[in-house]
Write a protein that binds this ligand. Structure first.
Ligand code: ADP
Length: 304
């Protein structure tokens, strides 16, 4: 099966900043492929280079077998792009935006059903400025789909949305894929990547530091977990660090987070706290997730 996207040894520099540093990856037909990483990691630059909006300094990109630079006009007919900093004129009505975008393409899908599918039918005459954040987001998705694209790029789709709107948007992303399209999802939210992506590349400082299914990435941590508690007194941090199975002890906003693995990891931590007489509250455990994968590879937290 031919890959939908092939990126090899891609480099992109802005002045002294190496935004994309030797990235190689492939995206397969019908998958939701995630590009996950902290702000400034190079995710947008990578995607903008993949779709031909930026010229790479080195390396090669093929999307649907096309060169995004030399065959840009053919490529844009077959892909849909919702980019992070998208904006529309405030006084453009929803239907006018769809009509405008449809005029860019040779092949389009009727936009009335598109409005209905994305819950915007009643907003067809509403001006862009008068839409809610969630409605704007859905309009941008509808606009990215107006040419019935084979590949859809979604960049930081849920930034600024409340939890309910985020979950609704996740459903929409799954609906896009269920129509047979390939989705590239750029996000700095690890829960979003974990929930939606079939495979994902974790990017840090312009490089791919991990690439696999979310389950395999977490499994690679060897079943690690965390014990978290609110410490309201002296905590024997050194003794915790010295326990077998403990990989990391850190403080975060009044909590102590102990990461580790092994059958007796949790009970060892609790026993040590009890034996040392150090007061703690609200003790809980969490299974390892993509945040831990990032931590294990970089020594830093993704969410900071
Ligand atoms: P992300 O999408 O992961 O937040 P970006 O691709 O936007 O990352 O940025 C990667 C790096 O390149 C950052 O250090 C950013 O400051 C820098 N950068 C991005 N765009 C430009 C630009 N147009 N000119 C100069 N530097 C840029």
């Amino acid at each position: 099966m031919q890959s939908v996207i092939e990126v090899s040894n891609l480099r992109k520099r802005y002045g002294s900043t190496l935004a994309v540093d030797d990235i190689s990856l492939t995206v397969q037909p019908g998958e939701i492929f995630g590009i996950l990483g902290p702000n400034g990691a190079g995710k947008s630059t990578l995607v903008e280079t993949i779709v031909g909006l930026r010229q790479p300094d080195a390396g090669a990109v093929r999307v649907l077998g096309l060169d995004p630079q030399r065959e840009h006009n053919r490529l844009v007919q077959r892909i849909g792009i919702q980019l992070q900093h998208a904006a529309l004129p405030d006084r453009l009505a929803v239907w006018e935006a769809l009509d405008l975008f449809a005029s860019f393409y040779v092949r389009t899908t009727p936009w009335q059903p598109l409005l209905e599918a994305w819950g915007l039918a009643e907003k067809r005459n509403t001006l862009f400025a008068n839409l809610s954040g969630g409605q704007k987001q859905r309009l941008f998705i509808a606009l990215a789909l107006v040419n019935d694209p084979e590949v859809v790029f979604l960049d930081e789709l849920t930034t600024g949305l409340d939890p309910q709107a985020r979950r609704a948007t996740w459903d929409l992303v799954q609906r896009i894929r269920s129509q047979g399209k390939t989705v590239v999802l750029v996000t700095h939210f690890m829960d979003e990547a974990q929930f939606l992506c079939d495979r994902l590349a974790i990017i840090d400082a312009g490089r791919v530091i991990a690439l696999d299914t979310p389950a395999n990435l977490v499994r690679g941590l060897d079943g690690g977990s965390r014990v978290i508690f609110a410490a309201n007194g002296a905590t024997p941090l050194q003794a915790l660090r010295a326990l077998p199975g403990v990989s990391q002890v850190e403080r975060s906003q009044g909590d102590v987070i102990v990461s580790g693995r092994g059958d007796t990891f949790v009970s060892d931590v609790v026993a040590l706290l009890a034996a040392s007489g150090s007061p703690f509250q609200n003790l809980r455990t969490e299974q390892a997730d993509l945040e831990d994968v990032f931590m294990a590879r970089t020594g830093r937290r993704l969410r900071d």
